[in-house]
Write a protein that binds this ligand. Sequence first.
Ligand code: FAD
Ligand code: DLZ
Ligand code: SF4
Length: 508
Amino acid sequence: MVKLILILGDQLSLDVAALRAADKASDVIVMAEVFSEATYVRHHPKKIAFIFAAMRKFAQSLRGAGWQVLYSQLDDTQNGGSIPAELLRCAEETGAREVIATRPGEWRLIDALEQAPLKVTLLEDDRFLATHGEFEAWAEGRKALRMEYFYRDMRRKTGLLMEGGKPVGDKWNFDHDNRKAAPDQISYSGPLSFEPDDTTRDVMDLVAASFPDHFGALEGFNFATTREEALRAMAHFITHALPRFGDFQDAMLSENKFLYHAVLSPYLNAGLLGPLEICEAAEQAYRDGHAPINAVEGFIRQIIGWREYVRGIYFLEGPDYTGRNALEHKRDLPALYWGGETKMHCMSKAVAQTRDEAYAHHIQRLMITGNFALLAGIDPVQVHEWYLEVYIDAFEWVEAPNTIGMSQFADGGIIASKPYVSSGAYINRMSNYCKSCHYSVKDKTGEAACPFNVLYWDFLMRHKERFAGNPRMGNMYRTWERMDEGHRDTVLSDASALLQWLDAGEVI
Ligand code: FAD
Ligand code: DLZ
Ligand code: SF4
């Protein structure tokens, strides 16, 4: 009996579980571009173009390898508009009664497949290093789920940067060396860029016509859309950027969007690259003396540590995770997140690059746009939907824990042991944004004062009950207590005025 084998837009790997379970002689692959996936949040046009172009090319390579593929383009007249509808249509066309799928990376779609009026078997997505079972076993009985301990287990499991059962360099973590301030000059010209071919151009035309009101620029699309191209992008990063990745991992520059970051997350998350092959290439660069340990360890930790850990949390915590709001933040996301005018240079730069590239690096996401949303008390669900929409690498299993947990502390501290908040001083230390800003980072109060400076204290005071007893935050509360009372009153009234302007839609 013929079975349908579903391959989703972020499952573009030849070793994905559903494909491994398929029989080339009798089974039919289903791949579908559908409105529901492109619009349940209004994804950035570059993200949709990336997924559709990569899907079309993957389907082509499957056909070339002898698979029978039913591929629905978004503008096919019979397209049912959703994954379940397309499965039903393909089942009618082929007489199939059974679907084999790899478990999607989002509860919404898992639920939709489970509700579909067909027999659907969901196989575990084993393109990750830790299974759900392993993560649950690791989490069981622990008071705190700190990434660092999980990461050490992943090092032991994979053998990456291990020697005789011990971590290379006798230290698990070289983060201490990875906090250098922004350099004046960057010697790297950025990630490898790929000229759109005919398939990609067709997709771009379709996306431009179909999603004209989605936030983001489509022009300048230059991402890899095949595994072969993604492998070249990876090799380019390892050769040219990895050696300095560690040093400037937390730095930000007005004139440079990528610094020494990999920009490999879209390829990894869509399935064009696997986590182990990237880490092995990075480790080889260390063994060859091409890249130092702080860079290679830091890079590998992001992939086998953070990436695997946040996935574990997403599936451990369940479908209600994205709705959590431990700090009870209720403010609407301001227009400046959609490119509305702002006098804050750091925010303006981070949002503009997000609009243009569908990409911002980790510290921009965490310490600029995330930091501001948290300080201003913005509803974390709206913040989560923004991140899911605007970044090319955003899929809920990885985006939600980073946003709800790490960035907005809305899970009450499962991921972060303290909120990632800072005043302008941190941003000034790690970037050159403040030099070109309307506001003065040195001013603590008054009209010219950096908004991060006043909102920082306002946040700490709003949540004093929750955080004053946190051992990692006590010194901040003691600093506040030492300030002159009149100054403290001015800080809080300036913050209150700023938030009122924000609510009134004024430009801040
Ligand atoms: P690099 O800095 O070069 O890091 C190398 C790789 O490590 C990345 O490609 C990525 O696969 C992995 N990685 C690094 N940090 C993380 C992390 N915290 N969680 C998971 N993987 C990580 N990452 C996503 O892949 N998708 C998202 O939707 C996403 N949303 C985020 C939202 C917020 C609020 C924050 C603070 C972070 C988010 N991240 C997300 C994590 C991180 O910012 C991106 O993985 C990274 O910026 C991708 O760019 P890069 O490939 O240049 O990364
Ligand atoms: C992100 C995305 C988009 C924009 N479009 C499609 C699509 O048309 N068809 C498809 O199979 N997958 C798409 N995806 C990826 C899915 O949204 C993704 O598989 C789920 O969010 C689970 O991670
Ligand atoms: Fe951002 Fe404040 Fe610096 Fe301006 S002064 S760039 S608002 S941190």
